[in-house]
Design a protein around this ligand. Structure first.
Ligand SMILES: Cc1cc2nc3c(=O)[nH]c(=O)nc-3n(C[C@H](O)[C@H](O)[C@H](O)COP(=O)(O)OP(=O)(O)OC[C@H]3O[C@@H](n4cnc5c(N)ncnc54)[C@H](O)[C@@H]3O)c2cc1C
Length: 328
């Protein structure tokens, strides 16, 4: 009987994404409820000891396709390899989890289509009810939560990164490592080059802490105090669409409905009013701090901490205090 949970562990440059560990923690709970085990599939080239790391976070078995043809992510190469492996697996996994990352958002629907099953994307919680996967996912730009149950097997879902804690690793844990065939098929679209966004810049989608600026920064130079605070905190720089549309910062920093969805531990919104479309991308942040000179700004309704004041005074003052704290 199918009762195992398979997580698709994402790596880039042979570094595992944190969401892989978060999925292993969740997958272990789901598998326990089904009387099965949590396993991982890992695709790429030059994967070294990454299977051992997955074992330490709970994978009991790791299926590895380590091949030059999978060195950089391609929708077709990864979907073909995984679909062939899963179709041939006996027993098939009951549940397949991917991270709701850029790769997972591209791969999961393609894989689901190949397997002829549905998909629950961008879930923020999952549990087993009556032996079936039941997930919760935000809809309508985060205004409502949908409870989703899938028909058909295997059940496929993507987990929003950073909403669940990763388990503590057990350095003594080991897993059975099994090689699976790289089966990329004919790849019609190939990545020829990857250009890093900015030297040393942290991607908002992967950051633990984000300092964001909106129209209130009043120009590209207004991002200087935001960047400075972000540097002090080791944070990523985010932005509202108003700031991006004005050409003050690149779109890859945009948070929101038409930007990136983020769930950092700390989100500091500076000069951002908190429009529903912005909230759609950051509402599930664990702690929200808002700095705005308008006490009526909607962002204060969802903020855990609010500072009413001019960001050009408040952000440097906050940075100074934090520098002193960090120096202790
Ligand atoms: C289909 C659609 C998709 C969209 N997608 C997105 C999206 O992905 N992300 C997104 O962000 N928006 C999105 N928007 C736009 C969204 O509706 C808002 O227009 C946008 O978020 C506003 O950005 P803002 O908060 O920076 O600007 P504003 O709403 O103009 O707010 C600026 C804030 O700064 C404050 N302020 C001004 N000066 C200072 C200062 N010196 N110190 C402190 N505070 C100051 C003001 O009080 C104000 O609250 C979308 C809209 C649509 C229709």
């Amino acid at each position: 009987m199918a009762n195992n949970v398979l997580i698709i562990a994402e790596q880039r440059d042979s570094i595992l994404k944190k969401v892989a560990f978060e999925m292993l923690g969740l997958g272990a709970e789901l598998a326990a409820a089904l009387g099965g085990k949590v396993e991982a599939a890992l695709l790429g080239a030059g994967l070294g000891d990454l299977p051992d790391t997955l074992a330490q976070y709970g994978a009991t078995r790791v299926y590895v396709a380590d091949d030059e043809s999978l060195a950089s992510y391609s929708s077709e190469g990864y979907a073909n390899t995984l679909a062939a492996f899963i179709q041939a697996a006996n027993p098939q996994p009951a549940i397949i989890l991917l991270g709701a990352t850029a790769m997972g958002k591209d791969l999961a629907p393609r894989l689901a289509a190949r397997l002829g099953v549905g998909l629950a994307p961008d879930c923020i919680s999952m549990e087993i009810e009556d032996g079936r996967l039941t997930t919760i996912r935000p809809i309508f730009a985060g205004k409502a939560l949908a409870k989703v149950r899938l028909k058909g097997d295997p059940q496929i879902a993507t987990l929003r990164p950073n909403v669940l804690a990763a388990p503590d690793p057990d350095p003594a844990a080991t897993a059975t490592v099994e090689t699976i065939a790289a089966d990329p098929g004919t790849i019609r679209a190939r990545v020829v080059d990857i250009v890093a966004a900015g030297e040393g810049e942290i991607d908002v989608a992967e950051a633990d802490v984000i300092v964001s600026g909106g129209r209130g920064v009043a120009g590209p130079e207004g991002f200087a105090p935001i960047r400075s605070l972000a540097k002090t905190l080791g944070a990523a720089v985010g932005a509202s669409r108003a700031a991006v549309d004005a050409g003050w910062i690149d779109h890859l920093h945009q948070v929101g409905q038409t930007g990136k969805t983020v769930t950092p531990n700390l989100y500091i919104a500076c000069g951002i009013s908190g429009a529903i479309q912005h909230q759609a991308g950051m509402k599930t942040s664990k702690v929200i701090v808002a700095i705005n000179k308008d006490p009526e700004a909607p962002i204060f309704k969802i903020a855990n901490y609010g500072i009413v004041g001019d960001l050009f005074d408040m952000v440097p003052a906050l940075e100074k205090e934090l520098q002193a704290l960090l120096a202790e």
